[in-house]
Design a protein around this ligand. Structure first.
Ligand SMILES: Cc1ncc(COP(=O)(O)O)c(C=O)c1O
Ligand SMILES: [Zn+2]
Length: 399
């Protein structure tokens, strides 16, 4: 076994058909059905107690190293994770619940939760000895990958749609990445990336449908929420959902902690989308097992403008198994939610992240969340990368 792999990481398994394979720094897709596999941890052999964590400083997600597939010694890291879980009493009042908290993922090194996936996927790539990594992205994941690749001394090839924000595109360049801007939307950037990949066998892909380590890195958001709440699980977690990768990671983390006996129940995991691109909501409401792609996605929230989530089957399972819902609100309500969070709590969150806030409010309105329950919304990114979008919403209100 590779020295960069942790002792707990004992196999990869397909979530759809239970096919399994040896643990690896570059896991294959399922040999039977082609689905993305998941790294599995042997939790009974884990040499980590909950109480030991209290002795570790809260400065990076690598404090959970024993629960990750890659050894901390092999980490390409810059202190990602360990973000605040902020109580937002005024938003709680506005939404109509007793307790409302935001997980402030904007505090990550490149301003979004994508750094959690980047640290793990680039650490694996680096340990494999590759020299070039590549991905397509709506913007934030490309920015994160360029940063971690630079830190590891790898070349990053990043495909972004023209609609990605100037900051995201510029930072890929600034960080030394090779940027390809593709006319159109995320799916067009994805097509350009796949076709370039065929011409470049030397590129190691770190897109979410090529590596399970992006998902695995994002699971640490749930470990932190649980620990920050002194291991008391919130009733509801609402997540702005594009591909749903963070949702899958957090659900996996919650099941791991349940198996370890560190928590005593699962929260309800909810997917929040924009009405301009809501394939998960459509499939959930139709009782379907998989997602039907949206032909013309159109939302201001670039991070969740994902017309055909590759792991739709798994995302729908998470919602149903955890007793969650899928909810869509429109862009106007989403941007107003971002303005409320900024104006009432002083926090500038990304438009995409605000879909989680307006989604939570809609879940309360529709009776899926009761006023006496507590809600955590994953505020996946900072508003600092798209201030023009937030500012223009003020103009709609004549300001
Ligand atoms: C700020 C932000 N939030 C949420 C998402 C959606 O992530 P996921 O693929 O986990 O649904 C993205 C993805 O680009 C994003 O940039
Ligand atoms: Zn399979």
């Amino acid at each position: 076994m590779d020295a960069a792999l942790t002792p707990a990481y004992h196999e990869v398994r397909c979530p759809r058909c239970d096919w399994s394979a040896e643990p690896s720094l570059n896991p294959p897709r399922c040999g039977d059905c082609g689905a993305m596999v998941e790294p599995q941890l042997e939790l009974t052999a884990l040499e980590l107690e909950r109480a030991q964590l209290a002795e570790r400083s809260f400065e990076s997600m690598w404090r959970y190293a024993e629960l990750l597939p890659i050894e901390a010694d092999a980490a390409v890291t810059m202190g990602e994770g360990a973000t605040p879980l902020l109580d937002c009493p005024k938003i709680a009042d506005e939404v109509g619940v007793d307790s409302f908290s935001l997980k402030i993922e904007g505090e990550n090194p490149t301003g979004t939760f994508k750094d959690r996936g980047a640290t793990l996927s680039i650490s694996a790539a680096n340990a494999l000895g590759v020299e070039e990594i590549a991905l397509s992205s709506a913007g934030n994941a490309g920015h994160a990958a360029a940063a971690y690749a630079a830190r590891a001394g790898l070349k990053a090839h990043v495909f972004l749609p023209a609609r990605a924000s100037f900051t995201m595109k510029a930072m890929v360049n600034v960080l030394g990445g090779d940027l390809t801007v593709v006319e159109g939307r995320l799916q067009d950037a994805g097509r350009a990336f796949k076709s370039a990949l065929e011409d470049h066998p030397e590129w190691h892909p770190v897109a979410t449908d090529h590596t399970p380590f992006r998902r695995e890195g994002k699971k640490t958001m749930f470990y932190e929420v649980a620990e920050q709440r002194d291991w008391s699980v919130p009733d509801h977690i609402v997540y702005p959902t594009g591909g749903g990768v963070g949702l899958l990671g957090m659900f996996k983390a919650a099941n791991e902690l349940l198996e370890l006996g560190w928590i005593d129940r699962l929260p309800a995991f909810h997917a929040a989308q924009s009405t301009g691109c809501a394939p998960v909501v459509d499939a959930f409401n139709a009782g379907a097992d998989d997602i039907t792609p949206i032909e013309r996605p159109d939302t201001i929230c670039g991070g969740i403008e994902v017309n055909a989530p590759g792991a739709g089957v798994e995302v729908l399972n998470v919602l149903r198994e955890s007793g969650g819902q899928a909810i869509a609100t429109d862009d106007d309500a989403i941007l107003d939610a971002a303005l409320s969070v900024a104006g009432l709590e002083g926090i500038g969150i990304a438009p995409t992240a605000a879909a989680g806030v307006s989604g939570a409010a809609a879940l309360v309105d529709e009776g899926h969340i009761s006023p006496d329950e507590d809600v955590v919304v994953i505020a996946t990114g900072t508003g600092l990368k798209e201030p023009d979008v937030l500012r223009s919403q003020l103009m709609r209100h004549g300001i």
